[in-house]
Design a protein around this ligand. Sequence first.
Ligand SMILES: *[C@@H]1O[C@H](CO)[C@@H](O)[C@H](O)[C@H]1NC(C)=O
Length: 215
Amino acid sequence: MERREILLLLVFSCVYLKCFVQTEKCDPKPLIKKHEGYKQCVYLDTSGKRTIGYGFNMEKAGAREEFIRADPRGHCQGTAGKTFDMFLKSPLTKCSKTCPGCCKDSEISKCLSVPCLDNKYIERLLDSSLKTAIVDAEVVIGNSTFNALCCPVQNAIVNMAYNLGRTKFKDFVKFKAAIEKGDWDKAAYEAKNSIWCGQVKTRCTDISKIIGAGC
Ligand SMILES: *[C@@H]1O[C@H](CO)[C@@H](O)[C@H](O)[C@H]1NC(C)=O
């Protein structure tokens, strides 16, 4: 081979190898979307907390920051905080799947007085709270353990962190220990054997099945 050919071969194999070496980026969104409702208006969740979008709890710690982070332009103009406050005080309806189309005729006037969050904003809001959920998963499970897991298990764990929040997720001590050991049966059992599991039902069944299958 000539030097030029060898050089070309080297360049091509580097490009090719890079595709292999590049770590897979896990996407926890589809599973979360499956488990969350989707509403453009504020509603009360089962525990009576003001909620919007993909189950975004407006009353949780850090909710305001996540909401503002989802709107960089509003953040610069200082309007995102005001928008958050408006939704935090907005009247509630039961007719709030999409705005205002899902309203029953008799409820239209009530629904029109309720502010609706833009679909694109709801998507960005999910991205914003996912950032928090991923960091929470990294902290609770341990960063190097978490990032070494395969995507299905990572996604299932992020789903738990998204739903539980860091404080409650931290109580899953035996779960964490089982994940560290790669004992998938035990980890699935620990997820299932919790009060949380009884509350969220399908979500817990899905998650423990994925974790039980392991990496
Ligand atoms: C976990 O590790 C990754 C990669 O090393 C890093 O980017 C990330 O900030 C770390 N997360 C936490 C919560 O420390």
